[in-house]
Design a protein around this ligand. Structure first.
Ligand code: NAG
Ligand code: NAG
Ligand code: NAG
Ligand code: NAG
Ligand code: NAG
Ligand code: NAG
Length: 339
């Protein structure tokens, strides 16, 4: 009986989590305000922005509203207030289908800057929020129980993230990078460059042709998965990406599994065949590193052995030479005395 109840509860909760979309993130206000102060502490080293004010501007965009009625323009004040000053020349990194890998690579703006490394993106990254007109249950106009699934008629998520992507793309200059997933076609059926992705719809079309000197396309493949349906530079949807950029007047360069990304990904797969970078010399390198002192011992023993052998050889040579010289003299002597 108890087991049956448990089973029923499990099935029921699974059904609930499948059918009812998540509501706004609990403690949304505290998280956003906390991240806002923390970002300034971590990245600007001086706090110049008022985070209570930023929360006010952000929440005004959607609180007490029907989620499906929130427009692009509603979020404009938030982006105007926060700005994207952190984006520097040569540092922009776009991504599509490589969320984890791109952020591993960017290292929170240390190497490169992704949208989620900017203040506007970081404060709300991986959070859910939507408003409610029902003002009786919750006092703050935010719906914590459910948010509608996003679709063509109710695209409130894109009104935030699409606008964020557009502003981020418009800031990019110099060498610009995009990290795409060459294994996605085989893993999930989506091509590396999908024409309805954020990159294709909001970012690539908004790159400033005069400011971008090169669009570097970095194609990564999932390590440890053998697959025949892989995409690579100059082929399939990646060729389409390159052609689309070229048609806009943006020069592209493309690399398959570039070392700087591959080494990071290999940290999780050190034994995969894609990760044996040094091939035959790999073992030698690890031996010198681990057993350096043993190497010196072997060298010392070898050296003493060589010196010993040399000494013996020298002694033997010395004796032989003396005998030979004596012999020669004696022969000469004999020659002179024989007749
Ligand atoms: C920060 O903004 C809040 C809300 O807009 C305001 O009440 C407060 O006075 C501001 N603080 C400072 C130091 O400007
Ligand atoms: C961007 O990269 C180019 C080419 O490597 C270099 O000439 C330029 O100085 C870089 N700009 C900055 C701001 O680092
Ligand atoms: C590529 O996409 C697939 C399917 O979404 C995913 O499982 C895989 O982790 C991704 N690989 C990389 C390297 O991003
Ligand atoms: C996003 O947050 C959820 C919890 O709401 C967590 O399970 C998930 O790992 C997070 N994803 C990323 C990419 O940080
Ligand atoms: C919702 O309720 C709060 C507090 O009762 C009130 O301040 C606010 O004006 C109300 N908003 C709307 C849209 O009714
Ligand atoms: C996007 O690609 C799909 C499939 O390749 C195609 O059917 C659709 O027409 C394309 N949409 C646009 C806007 O190019």
């Amino acid at each position: 009986m108890f087991q049956a109840v448990l089973l029923y509860l499990t099935i029921f909760s699974n059904l609930v989590s499948l059918t009812v979309p998540k509501g706004s993130t609990t403690h949304l206000r505290e998280i956003v305000i906390g991240r806002c102060w923390d970002y300034q502490r971590l990245k600007s080293h001086e706090v110049t922005k008022n985070c209570s004010k930023i929360w006010g501007i952000f929440s005004k965009a959607f609180a007490y509203k029907d989620p499906c009625s929130v427009s692009l323009a509603d979020y404009k004040p938030y982006f105007d207030e926060v700005g994207m000053d952190i984006v520097k020349p040569n540092k922009s990194l776009f991504w599509s289908g490589t969320y984890k890998e791109a952020h591993l690579f960017s290292d929170f703006d240390s190497r490169f800057t992704t949208l989620e490394d900017t203040m506007a993106g970081w404060m709300v990254n991986n959070l859910t929020w939507c408003g409610t007109q029902d003002n009786t249950t919750s006092g703050d106009g935010i719906d914590y129980s459910s948010c509608p699934a996003s679709n063509k008629n109710c695209d409130y998520i894109t009104h935030f993230w699409g606008q964020a992507s557009e502003r981020f793309a418009k800031k990019a200059s110099g060498i610009v990078r995009v990290l795409v997933n060459g294994s996605r076609l085989s893993a999930s059926g989506y091509p590396a460059f999908k024409n309805d992705s954020y990159f294709a719809t909001w970012e690539l079309p908004n790159l400033r042709v005069k400011e971008v000197t090169n669009l570097v396309v970095l194609v990564v493949h999932t390590i440890g998965v053998d697959s025949t349906n892989l995409e690579s530079c100059g082929k399939g949807s990646i060729k389409l990406l390159q052609d689309t950029a070229s048609n806009r007047g943006i020069k592209t360069t493309c690399y398959d599994d570039p070392d700087q990304v591959q080494h990071l990904l290999c940290a999780d797969h050190p034994l995969a065949k894609e990760c044996i970078f040094f091939k035959n010399s790999e073992r030698k390198i690890s031996q010198t590193v681990n057993q350096g002192w043993k190497g010196w011992k072997v060298l010392a023993i070898t050296l003493s052995a060589v010196v010993g052998v040399c000494l013996i050889a020298a002694a033997v040579l010395f004796i032989c030479r003396r005998r030979l010289v004596n012999g020669m003299f004696s022969v000469g002597y004999k020659n002179h005395t024989d007749p």
